[in-house]
Design a protein around this ligand. Structure first.
Ligand code: ATP
Ligand code: ZN
Length: 304
């Protein structure tokens, strides 16, 4: 069965991102690092792609899965929480899956958590049986309660979930948490995460049958390149042959290094791509293990 998305042929790709909110800036920055540039339109809802035939649609995050489902846009950058919620809603209605997560993007991290009043002595999910839980994410909560085999009442709210217990609308809540400060301000405490979320690249389940297929592949390859090197550094150093093993043991996040012999063979010059953060502490540990002339270089672009 073909989806609406692949039914309408197009030779330009459309990516939907949040117009304004937590994900807008990092989403734009990621796409720009992948080589996209745009001509801003006056209404700032549609940006015409200049460097590649890839246009941007600036929308509310909640609209992104539906726009993909309807074929209005081809890819979207949206929180996993939103994508899973709308996928769950479709599944509840017996509709087939039409969008899916293609890549986790490493920003916009948060958790969909159960939070209960500070005074509760939390014993576990069974304690929620018969209770009212307020949320804007009923589908994910329902799915989780089902797995836990707990029967509770789901109170669906559109916002301000965290004040529901104080207002007597609910006993507990299920909401997005990042720092937990909002919960604390409302005398609530998070007790359990039901979903770990971050921004994701979403796209249709069915592949495209036109020029967009190649553009999607290109975008994925470039984004993978950007994501791979996001925290990466190129480390250059020298070490005696005898010390190389203990130095490399301190670099479990490094790719196999390139080595070449200098000084008639007893000393090696190494270059290693490291994917974790390079702190002063790490450099000092490396030096103690025998690395000399350590140099940490930023990595701008990478093509595997
Ligand atoms: P819109 O006007 O586009 O509907 P919004 O108010 O729904 O905006 P934001 O508050 O900007 O959206 O959040 C967008 C996404 O950011 C969330 O869906 C979630 O994936 C992520 N996020 C990260 N941290 C948090 C947080 N502490 N609270 C809410 N969302 C968070
Ligand atoms: Zn929203």
């Amino acid at each position: 069965m073909s989806t609406v998305a692949s039914a309408v042929e197009r030779d330009r790709l459309r990516i939907a991102i949040q117009k304004s909110g937590r994900l807008s800036e990092p989403a734009r920055a990621l796409l720009a690092s992948a080589g996209l540039s745009w001509q801003e339109s006056r209404d700032r809802l549609f940006c015409f792609g200049v460097s590649l035939p890839v246009d941007l649609l600036l929308v509310r995050d909640d609209d992104i899965p539906g726009l993909i489902a309807d074929g209005v846009c081809d890819l979207g950058i949206v929180g996993r929480n939103v994508l899973l919620e709308q996928a769950g809603e479709r599944a509840e209605r017996g509709q087939p899956a039409v969008f899916r997560e293609l890549r986790a993007l490493g920003f916009g991290g948060c958790r969909l958590s159960i939070a209960v009043p500070d005074g509760w002595d939390w014993q576990g999910p069974a304690q929620l049986a018969g209770k009212r839980i307020a949320t804007t994410y009923p589908n994910q909560l329902r799915a989780w309660l089902r797995v836990q085999q707990v029967e509770a009442d789901i109170v669906v709210l559109n916002g301000s979930v965290e004040i529901a217990p104080r207002l007597g609308q609910a006993d507990a809540i299920c909401d997005l948490v990042s720092s937990g400060a909002t919960l604390a301000a409302n005398q609530l405490k998070p007790v359990l995460d039901i979903v770990r979320s971050e921004a994701v690249l979403a796209g249709p389940v069915q592949p495209f049958g036109d020029a967009r297929a190649e553009l999607v592949d290109l975008m994925l390859r470039r984004m993978d390149g950007v994501l791979r090197i996001r925290d990466s550094k190129l480390l250059l150093f020298q070490a005696s042959r005898a010390a190389v093993e203990s130095v490399m043991r301190l670099l479990p996040d490094a790719e196999p290094p390139t080595m070449c012999a200098v000084d008639g063979g007893e000393t090696l010059a190494l270059q290693a791509l490291c994917h974790g953060a390079m702190t002063w502490q790490r450099l000092e540990d490396l030096k103690r293990a025998g690395a000399r002339g350590l140099m940490v270089l930023p990595v701008e672009q990478m093509l595997a």
